[in-house]
Design a protein around this ligand. Structure first.
Ligand code: E4P
Length: 219
């Protein structure tokens, strides 16, 4: 399973990349705004920290505008930058053209299995269903991941399912169990997934005992 970071904060990306298991990064216009930095400059820096796919989102609403922005991003930014496109009819058309040009895409803001399958038909490299935002409406976002994975199992689809809008470690656990190919999460959740109170308590005990082994001159 690929683990992506969902942030445009380069300090967070450097910290998690140092763990050696970071597979990619997703950004969106809101995360770029939060970073307070220039869009291309920050995406370039991220792409130099992490060698995996870095999603940079187009902001045009029409197909021609999306294509123009996508080609410009691909020509100005490092090779591992991929193009994030909203799941609209215009976005679908842009995804098909970019796929034919050999440009990798991440179709975002997916809230139904039909949208995911149509984006896959257009050749999307990744489709991003947003779990947490469905939970926010009072429904279970995880059902969408289950439904998409079930549908994927019936066809020969190469598009990867990238679970997005992940809000807590249980979302991640369920994504792992459902076989989602990829998940993107905030740094806070990366840290929560790697932390366990029994690991900390166990290590404390080992270190305390080791200090006594050393004090006894037996180290
Ligand atoms: C994914 O690519 C999106 O950037 C992200 O997961 C959205 O998450 P949010 O719903 O917490 O904003």
């Amino acid at each position: 399973m690929e683990f992506f970071l969902d942030t445009a904060d380069v300090d967070e990306i450097r910290e998690i990349a140092a763990w050696g298991i970071l597979d990619g990064v997703t950004t969106n216009p809101s995360l770029i705004k939060k970073s307070g930095r220039d869009f291309k400059e920050v995406v370039r820096e991220i792409a130099n920290i992490c060698s995996g796919p870095i999603s940079a989102e187009v902001t045009a609403m029409d197909t021609a505008g999306m294509l123009q922005q996508a080609r410009q991003l691909k020509s100005e930014l490092p090779e591992n930058v991929i193009i994030k496109i909203p799941c609209t009819p215009e976005g679908l058309a842009a995804t098909k053209v970019l796929t034919d040009e050999g440009i990798d895409t991440n179709v975002t803001l997916i809230f139904s299995t039909s949208q995911a399958l149509m984006a896959a038909k257009a050749g999307a490299t990744y489709v991003s269903p947003f779990i947490g935002r469905i939970d926010d409406t009072g429904h279970d976002g995880m059902n969408l991941i289950a439904e998409i994975m079930e549908t994927w199992s019936k066809y020969d689809i190469t598009t990867k399912v990238l679970a997005a809008s992940i809000r807590h470690p249980t979302h991640m656990l369920q994504c792992m169990q459902l076989g989602a190919h990829t998940a993107t999460m905030p740094a806070k959740i990366f840290k929560q997934l790697m932390t366990h109170p029994l690991t900390d308590r166990g290590l404390e005990g080992f270190m305390r005992d080791w200090a006594e082994v050393e004090a006894a001159g037996n180290a």
